[in-house]
Ligand binder design. Structure first.
Ligand code: FE2
Length: 299
């Protein structure tokens, strides 16, 4: 579900205001009506992010350990201030949870569910892509039999969700969800449409870089990770407080897929590779549900 998609009407468009008979503006009457919390400029947010990045770089220079996880309290990500966990973890008995949790078998996941472009009568609009990679443990060994699920916006940057009122078109031929099971070599592959960037109301003119949400289940439902994959060269990286909430550049880079021309299919689809490392110092950043992050929401 959308995270910050509080897309209420935004009355900043001067074209919607009849000013033909309006008295000249005075200093006491701001030209733009007072807006809501989304009024802060990108410049303000970028300044905060740069300061946090500089402080992290200084800490690293002084010998601090690398931070490979996002900061739960990252003020430029405004809503994280109110909803990040403040209490210690509550530990549950995994075996008890397994008694009540849903279960799936290999037969429950059809091979065609990994193709998001064939779920309707027609083909979805947008740039067809193949996203594939491997799920690996900290020693580089493949992790087989993982349930990998993805969800994403369509090519216009729109989710099918009631809270997503972004004025971009829905695509009747694209739902934006798919899943598969990793093979013996830990591999997964999805055929889909490259998602578009979309606005969110963290601040004025805030846009999320294009991304695909990933969820992985292990052999038990207590073994779940949720994360996001990005596309190389996105100009929004530096501007996005969610991406920047991981203050370490190397850790951020591990969320960015690599374009693979050898796997790109002529006249058909561009290919991207993205491996997910579950443990160790090179692990992929994940939204840890146990920590109370918004693991099952899309952001
Ligand atoms: Fe999202």
């Amino acid at each position: 579900m959308p995270e910050e998609i509080n897309r209420e009407t935004f009355n900043a468009d001067p074209l919607t205001e009849d000013v033909s008979d309006a008295a000249p503006q005075t200093l006491a009457q701001p030209a733009v009506p007072a807006l809501d919390a989304a009024a802060e400029s990108q410049q303000i947010l970028s300044g905060e992010m740069q300061a946090l990045g500089a402080a992290y770089a200084q800490a690293r220079a002084n010998g601090a350990a690398a931070e490979i996880q996002p900061r739960l309290d990252y003020p430029p990500y405004r809503s994280s201030i109110l909803r990040h966990p403040t209490k210690s973890l509550h530990h549950a008995d995994p075996e008890t949870i397994e008694l009540y949790s849903p279960a799936f078998g290999h037969m429950d996941v059809h091979a065609l569910e990994s193709d998001l472009t064939i779920q309707h009568n027609g083909e979805p609009l947008g740039e067809r892509i193949i996203v594939s990679g491997r799920v690996l443990d900290g020693d580089g060994r493949p992790v087989a039999g993982q349930l990998v699920e993805i969800w994403q916006a369509n090519s216009s940057g729109r989710y099918i969700h009631k809270r997503d009122q972004h004025p971009a078109p829905l695509d009747p031929n694209f739902t934006g969800v798919g899943r598969c099971i990793t093979g013996a070599d830990g591999s997964y592959s999805f055929t889909t449409i490259k998602p578009g960037a979309y606005p969110w109301k963290n601040h004025l003119n805030a846009w999320r870089p294009a991304h695909i949400h990933f969820s992985l289940f292990g052999h038990e439902f207590t073994q779940r990770i949720v994360t996001q994959m990005y596309f190389p060269g996105d100009p929004l990286f530096a501007l996005d407080p969610i991406y920047q909430s991981i203050v370490d550049q190397d850790a951020r880079d591990r969320l960015v897929a690599t374009y693979n021309h050898d796997q790109t299919k002529p006249e058909w689809a561009l290919a991207y590779n993205w491996d997910i490392v579950l443990t160790g110092s090179k692990r992929t950043w994940t939204e840890n549900e146990a920590l109370g992050a918004e693991g099952d929401q899309h952001e």
